[in-house]
Design a protein around this ligand. Structure first.
Ligand code: KIV
Length: 284
């Protein structure tokens, strides 16, 4: 418990200019590996709806799903700073519901912070959740939960006017009590300005190198994602083809009756097979 990373460590990292490594992942087994790899923060993102459940957007993620996934990740990575993503409709309806749902992540999952995809309309919610004692990461720039209104996503803040709006929105989020910012898919120059002007940690998801930290989703890092990655993402190991090879080798051994072999089978204690044969002989 003593070695668990806290918000103070993240603030110190920002002050020292040490970059914060963040991974979005969703399960116990992956979290165990991430926790041993020097990663500072895990965000249990609602991209789980796509990458764990195969939906075509993040919208079907529910509170119950996200709470269960976040708790599993906490069990796998007890010391990593843990952020839970508030799913669609968990914070838009009222500040009261937002506080109740955010609180579930702290109480039921062991999360230390919640992430809210935030526009100007959510400033009161950010303030209410933060005032209730729950640290909030305001997610600005591309907000995947808006897919229904925007149709598809483009890089954000690539013109001076939109950049001004994003810089101002970041300032308002900080004033409303956000404890961290996540900027998705915004021009690197603009993220740099926001990072320099903010005293809280600013995490980039495809928003350039100048932020205080970087996040990628675990399946992209491991080469497990189907299809083309976004421009900003990067694969560090091609585990997808290697996994398929492993499953193929297993299936072939099963079909050829080479698995399980003696090494992978249990056996009766010495003499017990003979006793069983005798018992069977007596009953038939
Ligand atoms: O859903 C997700 O994985 C995210 C990442 C940007 C952290 O929001």
């Amino acid at each position: 418990m003593n070695s668990r990373i806290t918000i103070l460590d993240l603030l110190q990292a920002k002050r020292d200019g040490r970059a914060i490594a963040v991974v979005s992942c969703y399960d116990y087994t992956t979290a165990r590996q991430v926790g041993q790899a020097g990663v500072d923060m895990i965000i249990v993102g609602d991209s789980a709806a796509q990458l764990m459940f195969g939906f075509d957007s993040t919208l079907p993620a529910t509170m119950d799903i996200m709470v269960a996934l976040t708790a599993a990740v906490r069990r796998g990575a007890p010391d990593v700073y843990l952020v839970a993503d508030m799913p669609f409709l968990s914070y838009q309806i009222s500040a009261g519901e937002a506080i109740r749902n955010a609180g579930r992540f702290l109480v039921e999952s062991g999360a230390q912070m919640v992430k809210i995809e935030a526009a100007g309309a959510h400033l009161d919610t950010i303030r209410a959740v933060s005032d209730s004692g729950i640290a909030v990461m305001a997610h600005i720039g591309i907000r995947p939960q808006r897919i229904s209104t925007v149709g598809r996503f483009r890089a954000e803040a690539t013109t001076a006017e939109i950049a001004m709006q994003l810089i101002d929105l970041a300032r308002q989020m900080v004033n409303a009590g956000a404890a961290a910012l996540l900027i998705e898919g915004a021009a690197a120059e603009v993220s740099q300005i926001i990072t320099e002007r903010s005293e809280i940690p600013v995490i980039s998801c495809g928003s350039g190198p100048a932020c205080d930290g970087q996040v990628l989703v675990a399946p992209d890092i491991l080469g497990l994602t189907d299809g083309r990655l976004p421009k900003f993402s990067k694969t560090y190991a091609e585990l997808g083809p290697r996994s398929i090879e492993a499953f193929r080798a297993y299936a072939e051994e099963v079909k050829a009756r080479r698995f399980p072999d003696d090494e992978h089978s249990y056996h009766m204690k010495p003499g017990e097979l003979q006793r069983l044969t005798d018992l069977l002989g007596r009953t038939h």
